[in-house]
Design a protein around this ligand. Structure first.
Ligand code: MG
Length: 281
């Protein structure tokens, strides 16, 4: 049955202390947040690998990110986030490949990433260039027996599906984050999960409220307090035969740790209900 994990640095921002903090809270599975690029090659890398290994935690997915990313609003995201930014792509590709090597060294079987906003014109050179770049990442991951998980929500499920099909790589799946569809106003989480179901390799348990007007981001809220229908989400995952972890993500708010622990209790109760009806394999 589903292990309940946590987005590691929502629990403790310090990248070295966080592993032990997760253990102290009783977690066994985590997704790791992004690191400053210098950590991928500098002395911090050694310390990071040592902290990860010493914790005994299972790192299901290592999330990739880049210096200069800023999620404050949609225009800033469009300008700064992900491999989608053409002028930063060559550099960020090298950074991503370094993450694959780091994931190998900490025993993480997958990388996850927000690509940023995909180019709208799917016949454009920019779109094709992004496909080629992500294929290069996927192939490096495959060589290290890793999968690559694209985070959902910055585009609709249909748009993401077309991109994954264009990639045509068997080791590419998705990390399903229901709240992102609401925060970005891109899709309905339930219908998105129906479309993306066979590709789901990871799940973020995060909640949100859609924006009040187009062109702005919605609000991330504690799990169960937003518009994600969490019981229905778990029932749907059970039907899909998803057996991976449920990873709690709580990015903001003054009581993130308390919110994460409350979310774990909530998910345990719901999981018990799904188990009782024999719904998940
Ligand atoms: Mg997420």
């Amino acid at each position: 049955m589903w292990e309940i994990g946590v987005m590691l640095n929502n629990l403790e921002p310090d990248r070295l202390k966080a592993f032990q903090a997760a253990r102290d809270h009783g977690f066994r599975v985590v997704h790791t947040n992004t690191l400053r690029e210098a950590w991928l090659t500098g002395p911090e890398r050694v310390a990071y690998v040592a902290a990860a290994r010493a914790s005994g935690l299972r790192i299901d997915t290592m999330f990739v990110g880049y210096d200069g990313q800023d999620y404050r609003d949609l225009p800033t995201i469009a300008r700064t986030v992900g491999l989608a930014i053409p002028e930063l792509r060559a550099h960020r590709l090298q950074v991503t490949l370094a993450y694959s090597d780091l994931a190998r060294d900490v025993g993480a079987p997958s990388l996850g990433t927000h690509l940023g906003f995909l180019p709208e014109d799917e016949t454009s050179a920019s779109y094709r260039g992004l496909v080629e770049t992500v294929r290069t990442v996927a192939d490096r991951c495959a060589a290290s027996h890793q999968t690559l998980h694209l985070e959902t929500g910055q585009e609709s499920a249909d748009t993401l599906l077309r991109f994954v099909r264009a990639l045509d790589r068997a080791n590419v799946g998705i990390n399903f984050d229901p709240a992102n569809f609401l925060l970005y106003g891109t899709d309905d989480p339930s219908s998105a999960l129906q479309k993306l179901g066979p590709l789901v390799r990871g799940v973020h348990c995060k909640d949100g409220i859609p924006p009040l007007q187009p062109g702005v981001l919605g609000e991330e809220v504690p799990l169960g307090a937003g518009r994600v229908h969490v019981p229905a989400l778990l029932a749907q995952l059970a039907v899909l035969g998803y057996t991976g972890a449920l990873v709690i993500e709580r990015e903001g708010g003054p009581t993130a740790v308390a919110d994460i622990l409350a979310a774990r209790d909530y998910l345990r109760r719901l999981r018990g209900g799904v188990e009782a009806i024999g719904g998940a394999g």
